[in-house]
Structure formats: C-alpha cells, structure tokens
Design a protein around this ligand. Structure first.
Ligand code: NAP
Length: 253
C-alpha cells in the first residue's frame, strides 16, 4: 500500500472523523485517531484499520486544551511525517436561545470548535510549510451548514463558532498559498452521527428528514469522501475552497 505519510484526524474515533480515518487508511495514510474520552471507540477503530492491513494509532487529547494539542502532535511525530490535518473535533450543546447561554458555554464552544482548530492548524503548519523546511501538505477543516442557517433558537453559538472556521479557512489558505499547504473546508448538512444525541436532540435526524431536499440525511462516509479528495493531490489547485456536502441543504450564501 502507498505510504502517504500521516493523516491526523481530531475527533477521529466516532462519526465523521472515524469515516475519514477508515477511508484515509485505505488510501495509504498512517492514521492518528485523536479522541477526547471514549478510549474504547478509538481503540476499536484502530483494531479495525489494522485488521484491514492499515496503520493507525489512538491518541487521547482535548483540542480545547493547548497542552493536549502539543502532546497530540508530538505523538503524531513519533508515528511518522505529517501530511494532512483534518480539524474534525467539534461539539454542540443543548438547544437554547442566546439569552439562556452562559459565558462558560460560549467559551467552551469557541475553545473547542474554533480555537482548537486554529491551534491544531498552527502545529500542522510548523511541520508542513515548505517555508519551515516541511514537505507541504493539506489542512481540511470541518465546518457546518449551520454557518449559513444560523441555528436560531437552537445553538447560534455553534453556528458562529463554525462561521469563524469558514473565514479562517479562506484567510489561512491565502497565508499559506506559497508554502505548499492547501487549506480547505467541508460544510456537512444533516449527517447521521451521535452528535445530535450529544446535543440533547436524539430524534433530530429523523425529525428533519422530510424537510431535507434529498429526503434523507447524509452518511459520515459521504462527508469523508469529500475530505479525502480535498486532502489529496487530485485537489492540487483547490485551496480556500469550502465544499458543501449537505444534499442541497443551505447551499445559498
Ligand atoms: P460525533 O459523532 O459527536 O463525534 C465527535 C468526535 O469528536 C468523537 O470522536 C469525540 O471523541 C471527538 N471529540 C469531541 N470533543 C472533543 C475534544 N474536545 N477534543 C478532541 N476530540 C473531541 O460528531 P460528528 O457528528 O462526527 O461531527 C464531526 C464534526 O462534523 C464536528 O466538527 C461537527 O460540528 C461537524 N458537523 C457534523 C454534522 C452532523 O450532522 N453530524 C453536521 C455539520 C457539521 P470521544 O469519542 O472521545 O467523545
């Protein structure tokens, strides 16, 4: 199998991240499966990838904590040369209006979803940028269709934390355009994963399905295919690109 270097996926143990890890391993990357708490899920995924003949390692670390991010990248260095970072780890919170939100909630949302992605990108750039002696590579950020919808009455904090990711993707892509590092994002729509139940809405996918343009939610693998394409050399002229994978939900600006 081709050795494409290391694919580091934050929040790689479940949902969309796990699908990226699976497809990435099949494409020939050594995969760093980052997780926050569920060691069982991360280790089961690593075992699954190894059983298919791939290479993977599970690394615990909260992307909301800078020291954890530094340790995560050091662990990735021990695994092999970094090629791709996928900033996938993300959280939602219970449905609420803004007047109900505490400063602690807002700080946590932005610390994990936005600042965590920015700090992970910073560490990736130190290793990938040709201006810093690196071999180049790609960063793919996971945004959300919520950036266009705004998530009124549910989680405007989440939508805003992802809106910042869209802007960050464009700016960082330009910052690194001559340094061999492409920066793109994927904006998933409603995807069947555990995140909805984590936010206190276990029936969200079922309830929204009739209103979705394709009358079905997306799968984690459908998002992962877009991520892997943007990360690959097939996308060599795509940087600053934000790809909707939403079945036509929220595709207008
Ligand atoms: P998920 O099923 O809830 O999985 C979340 C993953 O992130 C798990 O591996 C979890 O690890 C990890 N994680 C959570 N907090 C973390 C932290 N602070 N540090 C490191 N890892 C952390 O989520 P998902 O639905 O796959 O979502 C993945 C990304 O897609 C998120 O950024 C989300 O906002 C975005 N997205 C999802 C949808 C959707 O409909 N599902 C739509 C648009 C955008 P543990 O297992 O250890 O908890």
């Amino acid at each position: 199998m081709a050795d494409r270097g290391v694919l580091l996926v934050t929040g790689g143990s479940r949902g969309i991240g796990a699908a990226v890890c699976r497809l990435g391993a099949r494409a020939g990357y050594g995969v760093v499966v980052n997780y926050a708490a569920r060691q069982d899920a991360a280790e089961a995924l690593v075992a699954e990838i190894e059983a298919e003949g791939g290479r993977a390692v599970a690394v615990k670390g909260d992307v909301g904590v800078e020291a954890d991010i530094l340790a995560l990248f050091q662990a990735a260095d021990r695994f092999g040369p970094l090629a791709v970072l996928v900033n996938n780890a993300g959280i939602v919170d219970r449905p609420a209006t803004l007047v109900e939100m505490t400063a602690e909630r807002l700080e946590r949302m932005f610390r994990v979803n936005t600042i965590g992605s920015m700090l992970c990108a910073r560490e990736a750039i130190k290793r990938l940028s040709t201006a810093k002696g690196g071999r180049g590579g790609a960063i793919v950020n996971i945004s959300s269709a919520a950036t266009k919808l705004g998530a009124a009455g549910l989680f405007v904090d989440y939508a805003a934390s992802k809106g910042a990711i869209d802007t960050f993707t464009v700016g960082l892509a330009r910052e690194l355009a001559t340094e061999g590092v492409r920066v793109c994002a994927v904006r998933p729509g409603i995807i069947e994963t555990d995140i909805h139940a984590s936010g206190g809405l276990p029936d969200r996918v079922r309830d929204l399905t009739p209103s979705l343009p394709m009358k079905r939610p997306g799968t984690a693998e459908e998002v992962a295919r877009a991520v892997l394409w943007l990360a690959s050399e097939e996308a060599s002229y795509s940087t600053g690109a934000i790809l909707d994978v939403s079945g036509a939900r929220a595709i207008l600006p």
